[in-house]
Design a protein around this ligand. Structure first.
Ligand SMILES: Cc1cc2nc3c(=O)[nH]c(=O)nc-3n(C[C@H](O)[C@H](O)[C@H](O)COP(=O)(O)O)c2cc1C
Length: 293
């Protein structure tokens, strides 16, 4: 029988214990905490205690309780004591959410119209689906160098993927084959000119340690899918690949001196494509729908 081992949920009691622990840090502990974990906690707490509540209340004209933002306010007070930059994204976003929560607790309205996305025209929709459907796994590349800016644009797309509880664990290592020939030996595409290794900083998950492993890996998968799509949109081609064995991962870990809290999840090879494969045809979507109720 199929047994899904990625569903390693914590029991209710374990979640309650971890939750209490999450909410009971002393100021000293928060001040001493590793910076990556602390910043992930700011993202996670502002997501779970403000983001969802603020948008709900703003939409439904509800009044929030005046203590709603207290925990995040405390984290931002510690942020200042730690002398972290107020230009960092989680500080700015948490500050926005605090201001909105305070306004909603006073019964004021919060105007979210400035954040309305650009309306998607029929033409934009058509371009989007062209990119989506014409992305191929391409395994042959020209010798043309890819500028760093193009790689950064693609990797930035990975950071804009959805991410469980907004803990933002995604990290990268960029390897140009010509600089490290043979490092990726054993790969399915040994000549891939650029290897984009998708990693996760596991310290971020301490902020939400009851996340099932499946969600952690899906965070990397969501980034990977954005990366292959963005590569195609930016004029590159690529292929998503699989670490063939532990020795391969150990070799990369050692080469880049990656600490144990960095998890290597997967990698994508990219470059200027030199191959135009026939699309591996997909079945009819109706056959993929198991039920409609
Ligand atoms: C998680 C994942 C792992 C993959 N690993 C490999 C791999 O090790 N070697 C390879 O040649 N392609 C690999 N691929 C690419 C698939 O073979 C490819 O996506 C699939 O055949 C569909 O083709 P398309 O991407 O052109 O639509 C992988 C894709 C995914 C999503």
């Amino acid at each position: 029988m199929f047994r899904d081992t990625s569903m390693d949920y914590y029991t209710k009691e374990e979640v309650a214990e971890l939750w209490n622990r999450n909410m009971s840090f002393t100021d000293e502990e928060l001040l001493d905490m590793d910076e990556t974990e602390f910043r992930a906690r700011v993202r996670e707490r502002s997501h779970h205690t403000l983001e969802i509540q603020v948008y709900y209340a703003a939409y439904r004209n509800k009044v929030l309780k005046k203590e709603q933002a207290d925990y995040t306010k405390r984290l931002l007070r510690i942020w200042k004591e730690r002398v972290l930059s107020e230009e960092l994204p989680e500080y700015k976003y948490a500050s926005f959410l605090i201001e909105a929560a305070d306004a909603l607790s006073r019964g004021e309205k919060v105007d979210l119209m400035p954040y309305k996305p650009t309306p998607v025209t029929k033409e934009m929709e058509s371009h989007f689906f062209t990119i989506l459907k014409e992305r191929r796994s391409v395994r042959e590349f020209t010798d043309e160098d890819v500028p760093d800016e193009v790689l950064e644009k693609i990797l930035d797309a990975g950071l804009w993927a959805a991410h469980g509880c907004n803990v933002q664990s995604i990290r990268y290592v960029i390897v140009r084959e010509k600089n490290e020939p043979g490092l990726f030996k054993g790969s399915d595409v040994p000549g891939g000119p650029i290897h984009l290794v998708i990693c996760q900083d596991m310290r971020c998950y301490r902020a939400n340690c009851f996340t099932p492993v499946r969600n952690q890996l899906l965070d990397a998968g969501a980034a990977g899918q954005n990366i292959v799509l963005a590569a195609h949109a930016a004029g590159l081609e690529g292929v998503w690949l699989t670490f063939p064995n532990q020795e391969f991962c150990d070799r990369l870990r050692e080469k880049f001196n990656l600490p144990e809290y960095i998890r290597l999840v997967t990698y994508v090879d990219v470059g200027y494509g030199d191959q135009t494969p026939h699309p591996p045809l997909r079945g009819d979507v109706k056959d993929a729908i198991l039920g409609r109720f």
